[in-house]
Design a protein around this ligand. Sequence first.
Ligand code: PBG
Length: 334
Amino acid sequence: MKFFNSKGFPYHRGRRLRSFDYLRDLVSENTLTVNDFVMPYFVREDNDDPSIEGMKDIKRFSISELLKELDTISNYGIKAIALFPKVFKEKKSLKAEESYNNENLICRAIKSISKRFPEIIIICDVALDAYTLSGHDGIIDEDGKINNDYTIDILSKMAVNFADCGCKVIAPSDMMDGRVKIIRENLEKNGFFDTNILSYSSKFCSNFYAPFRDALGSKKNLGNSKKNSYQISFNNSREALKESIEDIHEGADMIMVKPAGYYLDIIKEIRGNCLVPIAAYQVSGEYCLIKSASEKNLINFKDCVLESLTCIKRSGADIIFSYFAKDAAEWLKQ
Ligand code: PBG
């Protein structure tokens, strides 16, 4: 018997299955749903600037604005959000003390949100880049190197604070070694047995994070300095799999690949080798590419956004972080 062989024509007409809408839907291998989405938000102090250069239609929200916004997105069915702080310059320091202040911007945001929307899953970024003067995710020693073990102690304090405020998903995005283990141990020690860790385990040293750093206010501080002593080189894929497996052993409940669109091979590889849920982060630079090309009418906005998200899902992602999550959820509802 010959299968899938053009010589079998006319018995094998691939187009039969594509011939009308209902049938196409019936045989669809992947379907995007609102349950897949995480919408990222930048949080600001009330008297800080809301506008973000370069990320059109994305702004920084004060806590009270964010509460209103959450009314809208929960009506669209979005169940999860990720929070990133824009910290005032004066609060940044060499040792990032503000990161573990239990009254900092994110702690206050978690408390207000979980009071008003107890069902919404708040995912909190654990990294120091919003709080350091260097714009790096770790603390820099006198020799100019990032002190890994000192940094992860701070990260674990930060994680416990967030959990204490009501955060159910802690997301370390710093790529320091051993941070998942020490965060997990500290959570257990403090009685937070049910707090999930979503580890940014495959975080590549990508050039597509630039607009995000602007939103966070860390771009100028970082200057030309690179994060390549901790983030993974985009030349590599085995290394990403190794990091994922290690983070799962250290206690991660979910893992992540970031960025998403140019890294679908990585998502697929990890999907085939790991059993935990995988998140993919369609990052700020990916957002800008689609956004600006569609503003110039070079591509159709809605169609390209939905295609990009569906392809991320097809590659094996269970969860998708995307600045388009709100738009997509609204379209899927219609
Ligand atoms: C912080 C962090 C970054 C992003 C998420 N968490 C930036 C970075 O590592 O420099 C990027 C997200 C985006 O570009 O949308 N560690």
